[in-house]
Design a protein around this ligand. Structure first.
Ligand SMILES: C[S@@+](CC[C@H](N)C(=O)[O-])C[C@H]1O[C@@H](n2cnc3c(N)ncnc32)[C@H](O)[C@@H]1O
Length: 454
């Protein structure tokens, strides 16, 4: 079965020429670690992820060296032992990440300015390691019951809408597949079907491909809240529970710019995706509708809890179904189910999630266009437009100006009294109030850095 790949921007077909895909207008899409890199702006996204990757690996190296210093300095044998255990676990994980991320070629050292700029733009762990626990859950063998529950629940709701059998030849797309265990389980269940695991996170898809290729990955399962702080993690080996799924394919890309011809898939799965993507639900609905064939189905399994700043967009499931019905879908079934979520035997807490499942069937309503690829506001897209004088900017400018002034006054000599005197003169605040503000600013500034970034 062939997969009709298309240019994610123009939807024209793309062809494999040598070691890359080539699209209209001379755009080349590389293949990274054996996985097609089909983002609308392949060069930019690749350098963006490479930057995140470099920064992450460097940051992890620094944390490991800091631990070494702390081990030398601590007078307590117990503390030394605990720190040494932590250090060993981090070394193992760093080695694993270096191997998995090697296809991104993150070896170049960045200069300090670039590092800062990238560090500012990209929240470090949100990027590559945000779903690291999901990788462990999918492939370490310790969470098999969780994987089975999600697979069976997803299959059951699919069967309700579209009775399917193992001998069916389907095209199945798993959007936001992450570490791809659900995609792997579907590939095994339907060996004649073609299953595509689609995601934008290189760490997750590269690890999933390595594992599906039959390799074993040495990793660390870090506890989210260890029962015993002396054991903050444990060594695990990630491997596929069964044979290689040769019908499982991996593709990098963005759910809002799907690189497939229209009406390609019979089944689209969205496991734990719909409420974590940053755009209004309608845009995802239209994007999925375009690539789903008539009578094809969309099965969702995961949380339904939007957290937009604008309450209008924090829609209920009936609102979501209404939106879908206006955009090429017919609702077939929906239900909720409580499932265990990332429950590790050595964590001190147990998490359950109520997942929302729905099944929608694609109608004949044509949806040919896809969401705009560039989701930036118009005055960023078009730099010749004036930037609107919104309150967030004036507030932000005052806050940042005061913060910048206060921080720039730190020179190893001035006291907080001195700094407050300058702030008071600059801002017309009574000295007493300026001193209060400066004290509380530094107190917060220091304490905010006491905790690990999450
Ligand atoms: C909550 S995780 C779920 C992952 C996986 N389905 C699971 O259950 O473990 C959401 C996934 O969506 C991916 N994702 C987020 N935004 C995306 C986008 N715009 N395009 C493609 N994938 C995206 C993330 O990288 C992540 O793997």
């Amino acid at each position: 079965m062939k997969l009709p790949l298309a240019c994610p921007s123009t939807l024209q077909t793309i062809k494999l020429i040598g070691h890359e895909f080539s699209g209209a207008g001379g755009v080349s899409y590389p293949i990274v670690g054996g996985i097609p890199w089909l983002f609308p702006d392949p060069k930019l996204t690749l350098s963006d992820w490479r930057g995140r990757c470099q920064l992450l690996l460097e940051q992890l190296e620094i944390e490991i060296s800091n631990l070494k210093v702390a081990i030398k300095e601590t007078p307590s044998d117990l503390t030394r032992q605990r720190l040494e255990t932590t250090r060993q676990l981090r070394i193992r994980n760093l080695e694993m990440l270096k191997r998995i991320l090697e296809p991104l070629k993150p070896s170049l050292k960045m200069n300090a300015a670039t590092k800062k700029a990238i560090g500012y733009r990209l929240p470090l762990r949100q990027g590559l390691l945000g779903y690291f626990p999901n990788l462990i859950r999918d492939w370490s063998g310790s969470f098999e019951s969780e994987n089975k529950i999600l697979f069976e629940a997803t299959l059951e709701i699919l069967q309700k809408t579209k009775p399917v059998r193992a001998e069916n030849e389907f095209r199945i797309l798993v959007l936001g597949a992450g570490a791809s265990r659900l995609a792997y389980d579907f590939a095994h269940k339907f060996p004649k079907s073609m299953v595509v695991a689609y995601d934008l996170n290189p760490m997750l898809l590269l690890a999933a491909k390595t594992i599906n290729d039959g390799k074993k990955v040495q990793a660390v399962e870090a506890s989210m809240s260890a029962k015993d702080s002396a054991t903050p993690g444990r060594n695990v080996e990630l491997s596929a529970p069964g044979a290689l799924a040769s019908n499982l394919h991996f593709i990098f890309g963005d759910v809002y710019a799907l690189p497939f011809s229209s009406s390609t898939f019979d089944v689209v799965l969205t496991p734990w995706l719909v409420d974590i993507v940053p755009r209004r639900f309608e845009e995802l609905v239209r994007s999925v509708a375009r690539v789903t064939s008539e009578s094809g189905v969309w099965i969702n399994s995961g949380s339904w809890h939007f957290s937009f700043a604008d309450e209008t967009d924090n829609i209920s499931l009936p609102e979501g179904i209404e939106i879908a019905q206006q955009n090429g879908w017919k609702s077939r079934a929906s239900s909720q189910l409580e499932v265990p979520y990332l429950q590790s035997s050595f964590d001190s807490h147990r998490r359950f999630e109520t997942i929302t499942q729905f099944s929608m069937e694609r109608t004949a309503q044509p949806i040919t266009s896809q969401p705009t690829i560039d989701d930036r506001v118009d005055w960023i897209r078009n730099p010749s437009l004036p930037v609107p004088a919104a309150a967030i900017f004036t507030e932000g400018s005052t806050t940042h100006a005061v913060m910048a002034l206060v921080l720039s006054l730190v020179d190893g000599q001035r006291t907080l009294q001195d700094i407050a005197t300058i702030v008071s003169a600059e801002n017309g605040l009574p000295h007493e109030e300026a001193l209060e503000a400066v004290l509380s600013f530094f107190d917060r500034f220091i304490k905010d850095r006491h905790f690990r970034a999450t």
